[in-house]
Design a protein around this ligand. Structure first.
Ligand SMILES: NC(=O)c1ccc[n+]([C@@H]2O[C@H](COP(=O)([O-])OP(=O)(O)OC[C@H]3O[C@@H](n4cnc5c(N)ncnc54)[C@H](OP(=O)(O)O)[C@@H]3O)[C@@H](O)[C@H]2O)c1
Length: 283
């Protein structure tokens, strides 16, 4: 792991923040330019940033994640999740930098009804999922050396994720309704960083699902999280159709992490354990 120089793109996001914390703790060399300095949709800025940094590894943590807003503004989703990813891959190939980039469980339609593997054919239901899938294809058809990792329901330190929203709702409402038919794998940024770093150490390349282990509904996640933080709200399971939203979402988009776990030679912690560590790290 010595002599690696990381460039973190999308430095203000939750995954990028975890990379900054962990790399700094381990005295590893990284540069994390602001979006203003390195807007990934601005080819010239991006190129300059990579030329100046000469990274051995580019960690693309930048993304457009607004699933519903993407339906009204698909151009923005495609610009960030597809076109900019294609630019990063082409510059990485030219400069000989290794590219790590992240996709999403929303490339799947949820029809399988059991854990998705890397061999399953994507079929995104909305503009966000389509933009992420096209970003994947851009990376896979580039000449860059890459790791393409698919996480789901990402949570970590930051300001915006389902657990923060839930904490806010729980403070303001005694009774909460949460969907029990929307199922995936909550995935902790600290585990994403750890798995990414070990994957780099082991020289892995290609497509892997990077999630915590197990799976759950939003309702089960809410129940576990509220118990862990000691909140005593009344929680009711409801169908996701209770909350009308713009984008169609897969009902069951949980992915198997077996391929990555085997390649890392270690199991990846269960989502409940990940939530517990996240809560403990905030205390
Ligand atoms: N969050 C989830 O539940 C989830 C689920 C599945 C997959 N993922 C994937 O996991 C990865 C990490 O997600 P995350 O939760 O850490 O995302 P995040 O917190 O939303 O961070 C993404 C960052 O990218 C920045 N960004 C947007 N456009 C940019 C641009 N043109 N140039 C540079 N930076 C830009 C965003 O800034 P602004 O906030 O200013 O736009 C934000 O700070 C992403 O690839 C995401 O798609 C996330």
């Amino acid at each position: 792991m010595t002599n690696r120089r990381f460039l973190i793109l999308g430095s203000a996001g939750q995954l990028a923040g975890e990379f900054r914390r962990i790399l700094a703790d381990r005295d590893m060399t990284y540069v994390a330019p602001t979006e203003e300095r390195c807007d990934i949709t601005d080819y010239d800025k991006l190129r300059r940033c990579i030329d100046e940094t000469e990274p051995t590894v580019i960690l693309n943590c930048a993304a457009y994640n607004a699933v519903d807003a993407a339906e009204d503004n698909p151009e923005k989703a495609y610009a960030i999740n597809r076109d900019a990813v294609a630019s990063i891959a082409s510059i990485a190939a030219e400069c000989g930098s290794f590219l790590v980039t992240y996709s999403s469980d929303y490339v799947f339609d949820g029809a399988k009804g059991e854990l998705y593997t890397e061999n399953d054919e994507p079929n995104p239901l909305g503009a966000y999922g389509r933009s992420k899938r096209e970003g994947e294809l851009a990376v896979m058809s580039s000449s860059a050396k890459y790791l393409l990792l698919r996480p789901s329901w990402v949570f970590g330190h930051g300001s915006q994720n389902f657990l923060y929203k839930l904490g806010g709702w729980a403070k303001n409402n005694r009774v909460l309704k949460v969907s029990s038919d929307e199922i995936s794998v909550p995935t902790y940024t600290a585990d994403m960083v750890e798995c990414t770093l070990v994957a780099l150490d082991r020289g892995l390349e290609g497509l892997y699902h990077l999630t915590n282990s197990g799976f759950c509904s939003r309702y089960e996640l809410a129940e576990h999280y509220l118990n862990t933080i000691g909140a005593d709200n009344e929680l009711h399971p409801v169908p996701m159709s209770t909350f009308p939203v713009k984008a169609k979402r897969p009902g069951f988009s949980a992915m198997s992490n077996a391929k990555l776990a085997a390649a890392l030679g270690a199991s990846i912690p269960d989502w409940r354990n990940a939530v517990d560590r996240f809560v403990a790290s905030k205390e």
